[in-house]
Design a protein around this ligand. Sequence first.
Ligand code: 5GP
Length: 248
Amino acid sequence: MEPGDIIYEGKAKTLYEHPEDENLAVMEFRDDITAYNMQKVDTVEGKGVYNCLISAKLFEVLEEAGLPTHYEELLDERRMIVKRLDMFPLEVIVRNIATGSLVERLPFEEGQELEPPIVEFCYKSDEYGDPLVNRDHIKALGLAEDTEVDVMKELALRVNEILSEFLKDHDIILVDFKLEFGKTKDGEIVIADEISPDTCRFWDAETGQSLDKDIFRKDEGDVLAGYREAAERILRDDEEKAAMLPRE
Ligand code: 5GP
C-alpha cells in the first residue's frame, strides 16, 4: 500500500494519510532515537521494527482484554494502520517502581515499589519540557475535560494491570510507562501512540537489567540488543510477528 501525505512527523514516528479511508492513518516507526528533550539524538538501525512489532502485540493484548486502542492492523514490520484521532496534548505516566524522573523530583528510593501505582499527567510540549500538570492546569488550559481525565486515568490503570501480567508471563517487569490518548470522530477516548521500549521501562525479571530506552539514556551498552531481547520475549507465542523480526 502506498500511503498518502504526511499528517505528522514526530521524533521517532511518521503518520501518513490512509490512501482510501479518511478515518484511518498509517503509522511508520523510524530508527531515530532521542532523549532528554532532544539533547541526545541518534539512529539505531532496526529499532523501528522492534518498536512496531512490540506495539502491535501489546495493542492486540489490550484489545483482547476489551480496552479501546487506535490499533487496526499491522501493514508490515515497520508500519501499522491506526484510527485517525484528535490527540490530547497529554502524556499519562503509570509507575509501579520508583525510578527515572520520580526519584529526581521527590524523596522516593530508587527501586522502591509503588503500591498502589502512581499516575501522573504531563503537558506534551517540547517548548515547556513536558511538565507535570494537575486537573486544574488541564482544565484551565483546555487540554481535556475533568470527565476525560477520569477516563484516561482509569484506562491507564487497566492497561497497567493487563500489561504487567502479560509481561510478567514473558519474564519482564513493567516498571513504568507513558501513554497518549486521542478521541475518535464518534467521541470515544482510545489509547494511541505506541507501547514500546521507547515509552516503557522493561526490566529483566531475573537480573533487573533494562531492556528499554534507559540503555540509550544512560549509555549502558547495546540499545538494539536490549530491544531485540524484549521483542523476542514479548513475541514468543506469536509466530507470525516473531517471523518478522530481523535476523541477527
Ligand atoms: P520518567 O518521567 O521517569 O522520565 O519516565 C517515566 C516513563 O514514561 C518511562 O517509561 C519513560 O520511557 C516514559 N516517558 C516519559 N516521558 C516520555 C517522553 O516524553 N517520551 C517517551 N518516549 N517516553 C516518555
